[in-house]
Design a protein around this ligand. Structure first.
Ligand code: SF4
Ligand code: SF4
Length: 181
């Protein structure tokens, strides 16, 4: 089985927003609609302050609260463990937006449906031998790695072990994006 996931190394993230811009272009979005948001975090005290930019997007949780609360089955877990939204079934109730602990779902005012990162599913399924994501290829510092969590020899699995990467909220939702911080 393939279980898609990602690693984001925030120690290399320079906060240039190239990943979000590429994602918006790929998905034909207006500038105010985005599947990637950023949290700016500071730790320490002056003059030893550490600044960190943390990109956040759908974590494709295995235990996904958005899927649990969706009353119509519009939110579901698809092939490869990718959490998706069937817009034809979405009634725009936004229960999923309230349930997502990471606040990464967006309401499309035009369609009335809720959207989010799809892990570039169409491209990934059509190119299983070289799966990649728009945000991964757009990142200027190479802080993103996409791949199969169930393959212990994938670049992703090896990097998670080598860098001791962890989901941002621990075991809360069995998220499939791992962070180096
Ligand atoms: Fe659902 Fe939010 Fe988890 Fe994505 S990150 S699967 S939208 S709960
Ligand atoms: Fe499901 Fe759509 Fe309601 Fe979200 S807004 S819970 S996807 S019906």
């Amino acid at each position: 089985m393939t279980r898609y996931g990602m690693l984001i190394d925030t120690t290399n993230c320079i906060g240039c927003f190239a990943c979000r811009t590429a994602c918006q272009r790929q998905n034909g979005q207006d500038p105010e609609v985005d599947y990637i948001r950023y949290e700016e975090r500071e730790t320490g005290t002056l003059p030893f302050v550490h600044h960190e930019t943390v990109p956040l997007q759908c974590m494709h949780c295995e235990d996904a609260p958005c899927v649990h609360v969706c009353p119509t089955g519009a939110s579901y877990i698809a092939e490869g463990g990718v959490v998706k939204v069937d817009e034809s079934k979405c009634i725009g109730c936004r229960y999923c937006m309230a349930a997502c602990p990471y606040q990464v779902r967006v309401h499309n005012k035009v369609s009335g449906a809720v959207e989010k990162c799809k892990f570039c599913h169409a491209w990934v399924y059509e190119h299983p031998e070289t799966p990649s994501n728009t945000c991964v290829t757009a990142c200027v510092t190479g802080c993103r790695i996409f791949g199969d969590l169930d393959d212990p020899n994938s670049e992703l699995s090896r990097a998670i072990v080598e860098k001791n990467a962890l989901p941002i909220a621990g075991d809360l939702t069995k998220a499939k994006i791992f962070y180096v911080r």
